[in-house]
Design a protein around this ligand. Structure first.
Ligand code: WTA
Length: 630
């Protein structure tokens, strides 16, 4: 239990310019939050009314612990709200999607064009016999067709299961089989650092022993050396949509029908197929996109995530399109051809809202300020972060170097399971580096002990959500028991599995996964905390911390450190780092060992896999490493 947390709560506030609050959709946070508390169902009803329903719902929520149903009786289709509604309401010729390839190729879709493409692919899928409820696996690089395929599935009520394009054949096979996908949509290659990386070979391997698969649709991009299409099972993407109609009526979906499955790695065992539904997910992502990013008609919005992750599902595709926003998508890496590529994108397209991950921010910190400083970033007005704790140093850098001290930063805490952002500091509210913020209006987040009782400010505990919310997962595909676990671990709460601490003002600092806790001499230390302390030293680019069993202390802390290019390893520097941790966190959090390394094992979404480090250190089996980046 994280009872005695030695944590220093920074109280350094940043106040955004008052105009942010005055002009925001939200207005005053506290007022909006109180409105929600007074009448939660009325609150969500007002949000849902902004979207189109073929048949109105009869109830906002039915809560039958631990099962929730939202907007029951309502019939809708998320693509109607993302496409038809925008085409009809004055956004027909507005740019929906700007895509930029690694070699500079651009493809731009207006809402009308995107609408047509989605309907064509939807009709193509119908030709293959895909019907409502069938699962379609999408294994594609970051190209417009990836988004179009997702929307095409949703159009006809097929359940998509997007698998991140970086996964290998075994991981892909288990996800295809898990969802029993009838069709797989893929591409021949992706382009990375000037090279083409084959996808199709991976698919060929992955569909051996995947008896549910009837067709593989292949988007061929290499036109001078086209990969062969094996006609027994494979279909060319363009052939599929050649002679089809541009019109495809949206399937009438019940609010509680599944919209998609997305696999996420569990701390133990096989990946979990998180199931999201049509109505609640639509309302949750629309609401958060509107209020957390405060999107306005003229914004140019860039979320750098791959749609293969939940961040891409909710905040590249569904939320922003439901808002009628202009979105940007790129293929390639942030440091190719050089580390200014992102900042040149911001300058060229006049990006106003940028949403990315701490790991990217820390990489840019390591590479130096000169790259962003070469570009005009003055169009930016809101910055976002997601995926892991945004440590104070990364916050400060993002705020100063990218935001030029004038952009609010929304550090958004949420999960694949939550579907939508849950905890953040809403635009216009005071920001505290290191703290994500508070529950957004609509969400009751708290930090509790294992009995579910709130802990005192400054004391570590478990982050929980107290009431159901529209875009919560409904089940784990074919494993409902794993679903119930989320609600059974801590009485009366949805246990998110993260450790956190609150300050006196109610701001929540997320410390990392509960399984990343190290108990040293009876004290609970969050790995993220020690890492954050190390990274706050000027020599350190990145750090990962693990616990090592120790006869005396139970555990000792071992730190793996990547230095910035300006520094080199030495014993002297080790001592300096130890001293630095002693001063910032106290002696209890001091690592007993520091090892300088060149790289850290990470998941493909950029999270450090401490489990793998630990297994290596202790000479143990690392377990499932299907999510490990090569
Ligand atoms: C972590 C990604 C701190 C957390 C949207 C959570 C964060 C897990 C933050 C979910 C944040 C996500 N601050 N930690 N702002 N955002 N996390 O399912 O441990 O890929 O439980 O969803 O990422 O990861 P997932």
């Amino acid at each position: 239990m994280a009872e005695k947390f030695d944590v220093k709560l920074s109280e350094k506030y940043y106040m955004p310019d008052p105009s942010y609050k005055q002009n925001s959709w939200l207005g005053d946070y506290q007022k909006a939050y109180n409105d929600f508390l007074k009448d939660p169902d009325g609150f969500w009803d007002r949000v849902a009314q902004e979207l189109h329903w073929f048949t109105p719902y009869t109830k906002v929520k039915e809560w039958n612990y631990p099962y929730a149903r939202w907007f029951t009786g309502g019939k809708t289709n998320i693509t109607y709200n993302c496409l038809d509604r925008n085409v009809a309401n004055g956004r027909r010729n507005k740019v929906a999607l700007i895509w930029r390839g690694e070699d500079g190729t651009e493809r731009i879709y207006t809402y009308r064009q995107l609408y047509r493409e989605v309907q064509r692919v939807a009709n193509g899928l119908k030709k293959l016999g895909v019907t409502k409820g069938d699962r379609v696996c999408i294994y594609m690089p970051m190209v417009p067709e990836q988004i179009i395929s997702m929307l095409a599935c949703a159009r006809i009520g097929a359940v998509h299961s997007v698998v991140f394009g970086g996964f290998g054949a075994a991981a892909l096979n288990s996800r295809i089989n898990g969802a029993e996908a009838k069709v797989v949509i893929t591409a021949d290659v992706t382009y990375r650092r000037g090279k083409s990386i084959p996808y199709k070979r991976v698919i060929e391997e992955a569909i051996i022993n995947a008896p549910s698969v009837e067709y593989v649709v292949v988007l061929r991009r290499e036109l001078d050396q086209p990969v062969e299409i094996h006609s027994e099972m494979e279909v060319d993407f363009y052939d599929l949509i050649k002679d089809v109609s541009q019109e495809c009526e949206p399937a009438v979906m019940d609010s509680e029908d599944p919209l998609f499955i997305l696999y996420t790695s569990g701390s133990t065992g096989a990946p979990k197929g998180i199931v999201h539904t049509c109505g609640g997910y639509m309302v949750g992502t629309y609401y958060t996109t509107k209020y957390v990013f405060d999107i306005k008609e003229n914004d140019v919005y860039w979320c750098t995530a791959d749609p293969g992750w939940i961040t891409g599902h909710s905040y590249v595709v569904y939320g922003p399109l439901a808002m009628g926003a202009t979105i940007i998508m790129t293929e390639g890496t942030p440091d190719f051809p050089d580390p200014s590529i992102w900042w040149r994108m911001v300058e060229e397209f006049g990006v106003t809202i940028l949403y990315t991950a701490p790991t990217a921010i820390r990489m840019f910190m390591k590479l130096g300020e000169e790259w962003p400083n070469k570009c005009n970033l003055s169009t930016l007005r809101i910055l976002g972060s997601v995926g892991e704790p945004l440590n104070p140093e990364a916050f400060e850098w993002y705020y100063r170097v990218i935001g030029k001290k004038s952009c609010p930063i929304v550090d958004t805490w949420w999960q694949t399971e939550t579907g939508m952002q849950m905890v953040t500091t809403m635009v216009g509210e005071p920001m505290i580096p290191g703290f994500a913020g508070k529950g957004i209006p609509g969400v009751i987040a708290d930090v509790v002990n294992k009995e579910g009782k709130p802990v005192k400010p400054g004391t570590g505990g478990f982050l929980v959500i107290r009431e159901p919310w529209p875009s919560m997962l409904r089940t784990v595909y074919k494993d409902d028991e794993r679903y119930r676990k989320y609600w059974n671990t801590i009485p009366g709460c949805y246990a998110v599995g993260d450790l956190a601490v609150k300050n006196a003002a109610g701001y929540i600092m997320v410390l990392g996964r509960a399984d990343d806790l190290i108990v040293v001499a009876g004290h609970n230390i969050g790995t993220a905390e020690v890492e954050s302390a190390l990274v706050s030293h000027q020599a350190v680019a990145e750090a990962a911390v693990i616990g090592k069993p120790d006869a005396m202390k139970g555990n000792i802390i071992k730190a793996f450190v990547i230095l910035r290019l300006t520094h080199s390893p030495s014993d002297r520097l080790k001592k300096e780092l130890l001293y630095h941790v002693r001063i910032t966190l106290g002696p209890i959090a001091m690592p007993s060992e520091i090892e300088f390394v060149q790289s850290l094992p990470k998941t493909r979404s950029g999270k450090i896999m401490r489990r793998v480090l630990k297994a290596k250190e202790l000479g143990m089996d690392p377990g499932d490493i299907s999510t490990l980046e090569e």
